[in-house]
Design a binder for this molecule. Structure first.
Ligand SMILES: [Zn+2]
Ligand SMILES: [Zn+2]
Length: 880
């Protein structure tokens, strides 16, 4: 007979099995009109990134959903791919060339992009190989990259369409600028932190009269760009100075005092400097009052030409010099300490500088409305539903989306400017000449926000804008599995991009994962050095144990803590299944395996078949609700407790015995149930289940391609389940009682059952042999009367019968008395609880009659049991 290797060693088969699946084209989804499609697109990791636990969780969940649907007969497509991640890749490449003593500018665009592609080729394969280790069954033949030719074409197509529809415009805007990354960043990429800083109070002298006003600012260097001072129109203090002219210190620019509702009367002196080019609110004020623009901090964070000694200084250096000069001139009123919120670049941590620049924008008003509508009418379903609040919040009052980035690595904006007539031409290809005849055309140097291309991911990966058969068959996708931290960046943008280009939502369900934290609940980070490398975990415990750990003890949208102890426990679970299988196959003869429908099965066989049948239903219900962790728990409990600890133990003697008939039934049931276990567990632990399946009799194909089990009402054996449950409870009670009295498990004793209930006695009689093998019975006797009180015995009270273990010389009576008294206490508190409930008029009048009756029945049952226990106590007391 075939069997598994002696030890469970995942390293010896995981890579081999993955290769067999991949080479055998098992992951390739085919367009099949006789099958329903089921589609998932993988959230594309950064092409040069490395696998972290978040990816591992996210991809395990997708793999579970895909593997199950594939087994259920769907044409299940999981599209993998990577993102070019413009800003983070560009940063890494810049660091590399700088370490070689070169700069981006020296290298030039073309050479720089060559470097970036080389970098991508060098590191781009890592994450794919790492994902394969995890066991992902995605269709690598359809792998996509956001900079692929067809995906780039989709990006250009959308940009041009939006431009022509008036949804994209170029404008002056204050943008969040990172001087260190050298690019604009979106609001969502700015991290605000409260910091202690200072508030400088500066005197601005009047031009036409004596005296000055005082302005407070946290960024004194920006005063070089002041174009006005504003007060609130309702501020009576300043009524008569509106319209006066001030002379801006250090630059001697004449600026007016204006009034604008935006000024808060309570803040500082109630007067604010207006610097339209370096503050978003001032930008709006400047536009209302036609103040124009004045840029005093350039894109590298330096003061530009035209500001004398300050020109060429870095912004903070300039601040020092300006403050010192104001002090010398007697124009520094005072300096106060000040707590305020400062924006930092999410990528590099540098302080964000609001600067004015020409940027491209997508108008959000209509897109936001549409994305909100499909959520509200249920076309897009969020799991867990509470995250709908976050989704809605992002869509109310959202600002236009800045899509241009001052980077080279990415999709270049398909816009050309004519240097002679100023014409703007939108085109995929470089136009030969302008309508004015000029050939002096310049392409916009900027690239698009990475999210602009990933917003198209659910359809661009399927071939859009071409009308491909894939797009026709597999779109819209079924579910997106992603982190809740990118609802706005990605989920919402996919929704409106898909509505705009496809006229349909991109997916029906969005399953949000939480963050994985360390065992103390902290975020995993480089600075804490508490990160866990999934590949090291796989190396030590196998991919199956890691996968199982990630999905158990975890529910949608909630953060989870990661404990290595749990990985170890799940490896032990795999080990348990491995050893159980080895035991089964050691005692198996393939020729003996019959279809269970053709056999007169025994009670315990029917019990486990019924339990397995129920498990199918439970697992299906939970996965359908995306309660994947609960589904995994159910399988774990069934395999460990019911199958390994009970059923296998219960049938061991039948396997060893010479009664072939009985052994055949046991062998056939073991195989029937093991088959269900392997199939249900396969999506969670694909490797070990596939390895075990390879030795299963009657297998048709690899497990990955087998049929998912179905719940069958004909396999529901309620009577047998009840009987075996009674038996298991009785054996557990016997074991507990013996353990409390420190009786060695090997010491056999007579068991006596007594009951006035004929049915109970009949059931117990049928199960005699199990009490012998698992209940420590040397022999079993049945009485319809209670045992003679004068015989020394442990007595165990069950619902409809009592168990006695006569043990004249085995037992310490005082301990037995103690045990019985504990039992009596337990029953008393149950009685107190039940009678309390029944004497509560609210309960008896309001609860359904059925519930009240159940409570009455319980009370009667407990009172009966207590009476029995008490009489046993009396019996022992008499002997002492
Ligand atoms: Zn930055
Ligand atoms: Zn022209």
């Amino acid at each position: 007979m075939k069997n598994l290797d002696k030890n469970y060693n995942p390293k010896s088969f995981e890579d081999r099995i993955y290769k067999t699946w991949k080479d055998g084209q098992y992951f390739v989804a085919k367009i099949d009109e006789n099958k329903k499609p089921f589609t998932i697109v993988m959230p594309p990791p950064n092409v040069t990134g490395n696998l972290h636990l978040g990816h591992a969780l996210n991809n395990t969940l997708q793999d579970i959903l895909i593997r199950r649907k594939r087994m259920q007969g769907y044409s299940a497509l999981w599209v993998p791919g990577t993102d070019h991640a413009s800003i983070s890749t560009e940063m890494k490449v810049v660091q590399k060339i700088e370490s070689e003593g070169k700069t981006k500018a020296e290298l030039g665009r073309e050479e720089f992009l060559k470097e970036a592609w080389e970098w991508t080729y060098e590191y781009g394969g890592n994450i794919k190989n790492q994902l394969e280790k995890l066991g992902v069954s995605c269709d690598w033949s359809r792998e996509a990259f956001t900079l692929d030719e067809n995906l780039s074409n989709a990006v250009q197509e959308v940009f041009i369409k939006m431009y022509k529809d008036g949804l994209i415009y170029r404008g002056d805007r204050i943008v969040n600028w990172c001087v260190s990354c050298g690019t604009a960043v979106s609001d969502a990429e700015v991290v605000h932190k409260d910091e202690s800083g200072q508030l400088w109070h500066i005197r601005y002298p009047f031009k036409n009269k004596e005296g000055y006003i005082v302005i407070a600012t946290t960024r004194p260097e920006t005063m070089l760009g002041d174009l006005a001072v504003a007060v609130n129109p309702n501020d009576e203090r300043y009524e008569d100075i509106v319209g006066e002219t001030l002379v801006l210190p250090l630059v001697n620019r004449e600026i007016p005092i204006i009034s604008d509702e935006y000024v808060e009367m309570e803040f500082g002196t109630g007067m604010v400097k207006i610097t339209p080019s370096h503050d978003p609110n001032d930008f709006e004020v400047g536009a209302r009052h036609n103040l124009g623009q004045c840029v005093v901090i350039d894109e590298k964070g330096y003061i530009p030409e035209g500001y004398g000694k300050y020109s060429g200084k870095e912004r903070l250096e300039a601040r020092k010099a300006i403050v010192a000069d104001l002090e010398k001139l007697g124009l520094l009123d005072k300096i106060e300490d000040h707590e305020h919120s400062v924006g930092h670049c999410e990528r590099c941590g540098a302080v964000i500088e609001p600067v004015i620049s020409k940027q491209w924008f997508v108008k959000m008003e209509n897109f936001a409305k549409e994305a909100l509508e499909v959520y509200k009418n249920g076309e897009v379903n969020l799991i867990p539903s509470r995250l709908g609040k976050v989704y809605e919040n992002w869509l109310t009052g959202t600002r236009d989306w800045t899509i241009s980035r001052q980077l080279w690595w990415g999709h270049r904006i398909p816009i050309y400017y004519c240097d002679d007539c100023g014409e703007i031409i939108v085109s995929k290809e470089r136009p030969e000449k302008c309508t004015c005849g000029s050939t002096n055309l310049r392409q916009d140097p900027d690239t698009l926000d990475t999210w602009f291309s990933s917003a198209l991911w659910p359809f661009s990966t399927l071939g859009w804008p071409e009308k491909t058969p894939d797009l026709e068959y597999f779109f819209p996708t079924d579910v997106l599995v992603t982190g809740y931290d990118i609802i706005f960046f990605w989920v919402i943008r996919m929704v409106f991009s898909s509505l705009y280009n496809m006229g349909k939502v991109p997916f029906k369900d969005v399953y949000f994962t939480g963050l994985i934290r360390d065992s103390q609940g902290r975020k995993m980070s480089k600075s804490l050095n508490n990160g866990i490398d999934p590949l090291e975990v796989i190396d030590q415990y196998g991919a199956d144990a890691l996968r199982f750990t990630l999905v158990t003890g975890n529910s949608p949208g909630n953060d989870m803590r990661f404990y290595m102890e749990r990985v170890e426990a799940n490896r032990n679970f795999a080990n348990k299944l491995w050893n159980a299988t080895r035991f089964i196959f050691m005692n198996l003869d393939e020729d003996n395996i019959k279809n269970i429908d053709d056999l007169e099965l025994e009670n315990v066989d029917k019990w486990i078949i019924s339990r397995a049948n129920n498990l199918i239903k439970n697992v299906d219900e939970n996965i359908d609700k995306y309660e994947i962790g609960l589904a995994a728990d159910k399988i774990y409990d069934f395999v460990w407790n019911e199958f390994c600890d009970w059923y296998i133990e219960l049938v061991k003697t039948r396997l060893y015995n010479s009664d072939l008939e009985r052994s055949i039934k046991a062998q056939s049931t073991l195989i029937h149930v093991l088959d269900i276990i392997l199939k249900l567990l396969h999506p969670f632990m694909p490797y070990i289940t596939e390895e075990i399946y390879s030795i299963m009799p009657n297998k048709k194909d690899m497990l990955i391609n087998e049929t998912w089990p179905k719940y069958e009402s004909s396999y529901e054996f309620i009577n047998e389940e009840e009987k075996i449950d009674i038996m298991i409870n009785a054996i557990k009670s016997i074991r507990n009682a013996r353990a409390e009295l420190n009786i060695a498990p090997s010491k056999k004793a007579e068991l006596i059952f007594s009951s006035k209930d004929r049915n109970s006695i009949d059931t117990l009689k049928e199960l005699t042999e199990h009490f012998k093998t698992l209940g420590g019975a040397s022999s079993v006797k049945f009485l319809e009367e209670d045992l003679d009180e004068n015989i020394d015995a442990i007595s165990i009270v069950q619902n409809k019968f009592k168990i006695f273990i006569p043990l004249a010389d085995l037992v310490d009576y005082s301990k037995e008395l103690e045990r019985l008294e504990k039992e009596a206490e337990k029953l008393k508190s149950e009685i107190k609880r039940a009678s309390g409930k029944l004497s509560n008029e609210k309960f008896t009048s309001k609860a359904p009659e059925k519930v009240v009756q159940e409570e009455r029945d319980k009370l009667v049952k407990y009172e009966g049991m207590l009476e029995e226990v008490n009489s046993s106590i009396e019996g022992i007391k008499a002997k002492l």
